[in-house]
Design a protein around this ligand. Sequence first.
Ligand code: HOZ
Length: 424
Amino acid sequence: MKNEILFERAQKVIPGGVNSPVRAFRAVGGTPRFFERALGPHLWDADGKRYIDYVGSWGPMIVGHTHPAVVAAVQAAAARALSYGAPTAEETQLAERLCELVPSLERVRLVSSGTEATMTAIRLARGFTGRKLIVKFEGCYHGHADALLVKAGSGALTFGNPSSAGVPEETAAHTVVLNYNDTPQVREVFSRQGKDIAGVIVEPVAGNMNLVLPAAGFLEALREECTRHGAVLILDEVMTGFRVALGGAQARYKIKPDVTTLGKVIGGGLPLGALGGRRDIMEKLAPLGPVYQAGTLSGNPIAVAAGLATLQLMVQPRLLDRIEATTKALVEGLASEANKRGVTFSSQSIGSMFGLYFREAPPKSFAEVMQCDRERFNKFFHAMLERGVYLAPSAYEAGFVSAAHGDAEIEATLAAAREAFGRL
Ligand code: HOZ
């Protein structure tokens, strides 16, 4: 009951009652849960109900909620200062750690969100090449900067506004939208417009139209065409960074981008993003170069402390392998439960990210994602929620597992799924 009361009150002062659209539950219907605390793999809502969490704050909580080492680092940092608006040694330490883990990063700039990182990366690609066109892929979501809200995924897709109102046509005209995994189309566009393309931005594993893996040769083709035509290849690893592999999806797929955008995990649950890449490109950023970017809270000491502590936990031997195995057990278990009950369903995972699809096989394109049965997803979502499992409230989001999820959570989730599939 308390969730309902809180939602009603929120709607009187916050548009839609939420500060980020997907949270409003409009895609799945019903009342969003208002959370009061979280620990390890669990969340507790305002009514005191406990959930196994597969959203993980949309990705950041890879070591589990309120990990004692992260909380201690945050408390120690907060006791020293909340913000300086001036450099600290820890920012350099975090940049060094990122360069170590992701070898394509020669220089790193810390910002406060993934959106800021991608927005800056686009400006940088344009400033570096002196060109205007940006290539993106339908269903990929790169935050909410104007140039990137064209046929976007995530909430934009969920609510039927993949190209947002308020983005001037003149801005959208400089964004070329292609089909994810359509290599011939990429080649064709580069052969026609290659000399005008400033950069290509892509989620190396798409996680904002559910989860779609890159087809063999797709990322390689992007690399080749960008190199051939002098365009900047931007891998948006805000979601995949440290989830698909410790070195990001780029390590797993062996693709070296020119620029990488990061967020989520690198802030350990606090607002932090980053962009990094080739030195000659990154040094076009102010104060060294003419491409402007700034932020009062950039490199905030508390966010940096949370990020450093999280990455310190992530480098423990075999931690990622363990989360990957847990994620696999989850998706295989779900598919088997669906199968036993004759429900048309498929699933897949990579690292600690997963996708659930109400269709025969995992989709390979945006068009195939659109073929998933949304109504069935919504029913499944609510049946799971009732049974204490918190999935993303949209059929177009990837799911996330943390190091705190273990056999007990997987078993409990599969027990809930057994009943949920039975009710579809
Ligand atoms: N853009 C996020 C999902 N891909 C949602 C963020 C949120 O609601 O917090």
